[in-house]
Design a protein around this ligand. Structure first.
Ligand SMILES: NC(=O)c1ccc[n+]([C@@H]2O[C@H](COP(=O)([O-])OP(=O)(O)OC[C@H]3O[C@@H](n4cnc5c(N)ncnc54)[C@H](OP(=O)(O)O)[C@@H]3O)[C@@H](O)[C@H]2O)c1
Length: 308
């Protein structure tokens, strides 16, 4: 499995990440099979968040990992905090960040997180409080690297004014169908389509300019958790092209969809959310596929875009 270095962050991390949002649906035994399958495929990075199953995903992982051959020091565990489903608020206050990390570590049964991300911007966030929390977490050794998720460039700049630690990851939604990260650049200044609307403050180019690794979430979904576009009759042209390329590369349509993201020169990581070992094994083939320039465009256009 190919590896990348995150600038001023963890080194030798795999381009594929196992996302554990859907892990609460598994028994401890099945969760251990999922963790082991990912590890045996060469995947060394696991993504969590406090809100996945209200802590159940982290708990299942913490219980399951002892049933595997995986050693803590051989993998990277990342979690996110800041979404408080109990109170229906986003919360980047110092107290909440510190409490969240203590709870995450207890559920995951680990001494440290390789990466902590702030999940979704708290509209009332005070960067000085974030800075204090990060200093304490770094000093205590509970968190080794820090980053953000779903965060605008200017919000990152505001954080950077106070936070000393490098913020070198931004976890963002990207799939062949949910490609707004890319679309706005294509249609810039074009009044004939809403795809020209800048919805994220230029996050893609900002991250590339600042050596921030983008982690693409929900790589197979359309809309926001509306289901997969693969084998979905709403996307006939996309499925036709996916199938042609799947046949060419001897892979599945899911693997081609992941290869499309990996082909982008921003050198993103992709977070796979499957909880089926067979599906993960098929998707891992994406790591070996290098789509051509032409194939990348062919896929992109088949998902409903046009060249202006
Ligand atoms: N930062 C954020 O705000 C944010 C938001 C959402 C998610 N995330 C992260 O991103 C990760 C991935 O999100 P996701 O689960 O929505 O991503 P996804 O990989 O696009 O979707 C996974 C879903 O597709 C299904 N699926 C059906 N057929 C499949 C096939 N042939 N191959 C692969 N999957 C297939 C899976 O079911 P099976 O299990 O049956 O395969 C699973 O339900 C999450 O686990 C989480 O870590 C982050």
């Amino acid at each position: 499995m190919q590896k990348i270095n995150i600038a001023q962050g963890p080194e030798n991390v795999t381009r594929l990440i196992l996302g554990c949002m859907r892990m609460p649906s598994l028994s401890v035994e099945d969760a251990s099979k999922m963790i082991q399958t990912a590890y045996d495929l060469g995947i060394n990075f696991y993504d969590h968040a406090t809100c996945y199953g209200d802590g159940e995903a982290e708990k299942r992982f913490g219980d399951a990992i002892s049933l595997t051959s995986v050693k803590r020091e051989d993998i990277f565990i990342q979690s996110k905090c800041g979404i408080r489903t109990d109170k229906k608020i986003f919360d980047w206050r110092r107290e909440n960040i510190l409490n969240s990390v203590n709870e995450i570590l207890a559920r995951l049964k680990t001494e440290y997180l390789d990466v902590l991300l702030l999940h979704r911007p708290d509209l009332l966030f005070d960067p000085e409080q974030v800075a204090e929390a990060f200093d304490e977490l770094e000093k205590s050794g509970k968190v080794r690297s820090f980053g953000v998720s779903n965060t605008m460039p200017m919000q990152i700049e505001l954080l950077k004014k106070y936070v000393k630690q490098p913020l070198k990851i931004n976890q963002l939604q990207l799939s062949l169908e949910q490609s707004q990260l890319i679309d706005q650049d294509l249609y810039m200044n074009n009044k004939t389509t809403d795809m020209s609307i800048m919805r994220d403050g230029g996050a893609l180019d900002y991250c590339r300019l600042n050596d921030i690794t983008i982690q693409a979430w929900s790589p197979l979904q359309h809309g926001m958790f509306k289901g997969m576009f693969i084998d979905n009759p709403e996307f006939p042209e996309l499925n036709k092209v996916l199938q042609e390329l799947a046949d060419k590369y001897g892979a599945t349509k899911a693997a081609i969809s992941i290869a499309w993201i990996l082909r982008h020169p921003a050198k993103m990581q992709v977070i796979a959310g499957t909880m089926n070992p067979v599906h993960l094994t098929e998707m891992a083939e994406a790591d070996k596929i290098e789509l051509t320039h032409e194939e990348w465009y062919q896929l992109y256009l088949s998902s409903g875009k046009f060249l202006p």
